[in-house]
Design a protein around this ligand. Structure first.
Ligand code: SF4
Ligand code: SF4
Ligand code: FES
Length: 242
C-alpha cells in the first residue's frame, strides 16, 4: 500500500493513499468540527464546518479533500475559526431554535457545535420556514423547520437501507428533505426502521412519543395493562448469541 507523508498542524503522520484530510487529522489526534459528515455513508462536503487550509487559494472541506504526498494542513487559525463560526451562524439563522422544548436538547450536534465554537449571538436575520410538521406516521415525526439539510437521512435511507423513501427536493432556499409528491412519510414506502432518526444530528426527525398514552392506559380503571418489550430487541439479542 502506498503511504503518504502528511503534516497536520505540525504533526507528521503517514496515511494510505485515498485518505481524507479529516481521517488523517484523526490519526494525528487533531479535532476538526463536522456536521454533515457520516463516515462511508455521507461524505459530500455540504455543511462546510470542516474547512481547513491546505495551502490552496481557498479553504477546503477536510471530510472530502484527499491527502497527497507532502500535504501540509492547518486546521486552526483566526481565519478558519471566523469562517467556521460565520457558517454556523448562517445555519442557525433560519433554524427554529426552540432548544428548551426540543426532543434533542442536550443531545444535539448543532447545539454542541454552537457551544464549542462559542456562538453567543446570531447576527443574521434568517426567515423561519414555517413548514408543517409531518406527524401522521405511527412512529416517525418530521420537522423540517429544524432540518439543516445535511442529507445524512437521505444517504442512510438510500445507501444502507436501500429504501429511498426520502430525498432532496426543490432548489435553493426552497430545498427540502421530502418524499414523493411531498406526501406524509406514512404514505410512502418508508419501512419505519428509524435509521434516519439515528443519523439526524438535530431534532428534525424523531420517534413518536407515546408515553402519555401509556400513562393514560395505566390510570384507566377499566383497562388491564400488559407490558411487552419490543420483539426486535429480543431478536437482536438472540442474533448476538447465534
Ligand atoms: S435541533 Fe438542536 S439546535 Fe435545533 S432546536 Fe433542537 S436542540 Fe436546539
Ligand atoms: S432531516 Fe436531519 S438528517 Fe435529514 S437532512 Fe435534515 S438535519 Fe440532516
Ligand atoms: S463535515 Fe465536511 S463539509 Fe460537512
Amino acid at each position: 500500500m502506498n503511504l503518504l507523508n502528511v503534516t497536520i498542524d505540525g504533526i507528521k503522520v503517514q496515511v494510505p493513499e485515498g485518505t481524507s484530510v479529516l481521517d488523517a487529522a484523526k490519526l494525528a489526534n487533531v479535532d476538526i468540527p463536522t456536521l454533515c459528515y457520516l463516515k462511508d455513508i455521507n461524505e459530500i462536503g455540504a455543511c462546510r464546518m470542516c474547512l481547513v487550509d491546505v495551502g490552496a487559494r481557498a479553504l477546503q472541506t477536510a471530510c472530502v479533500y484527499p491527502c497527497s504526498e507532502g500535504l501540509n494542513v492547518i486546521t486552526n487559525s483566526p481565519k478558519i475559526r471566523d469562517i467556521r463560526k460565520a457558517t454556523l451562524e448562517l445555519i442557525l439563522s433560519n433554524h427554529e431554535r426552540t432548544c428548551l422544548t426540543c426532543i434533542r436538547n442536550n443531545n444535539c450536534e448543532l447545539q454542541a457545535l454552537s457551544e464549542k465554537l462559542n456562538v453567543r449571538d446570531i447576527p443574521y436575520d434568517g426567515v423561519s420556514k414555517g413548514l408543517p410538521i409531518d406527524n401522521i406516521s405511527k412512529s416517525i415525526v418530521r420537522d423540517n423547520n429544524k432540518c439543516i439539510l445535511c442529507r445524512r437521512c437521505v444517504a442512510v435511507c438510500n445507501k444502507i437501507q436501500t429504501v429511498g423513501a426520502i430525498n432532496v427536493m426543490e432548489r435553493g432556499y426552497d430545498t427540502i428533505i421530502s418524499t414523493a409528491d411531498h406526501r406524509s412519510i406514512a404514505d410512502v414506502n418508508c419501512v419505519n426502521c428509524g435509521q434516519c432518526i439515528n443519523v439526524c444530528p438535530v431534532g428534525a426527525l424523531y420517534e413518536k412519543d407515546n408515553t402519555q398514552l401509556v400513562w393514560d392506559a395505566i390510570k384507566d380503571p377499566d383497562k388491564h395493562v400488559v407490558i411487552q418489550t419490543a420483539p426486535s430487541v429480543r431478536a437482536g439479542i438472540g442474533e448476538e448469541f447465534g
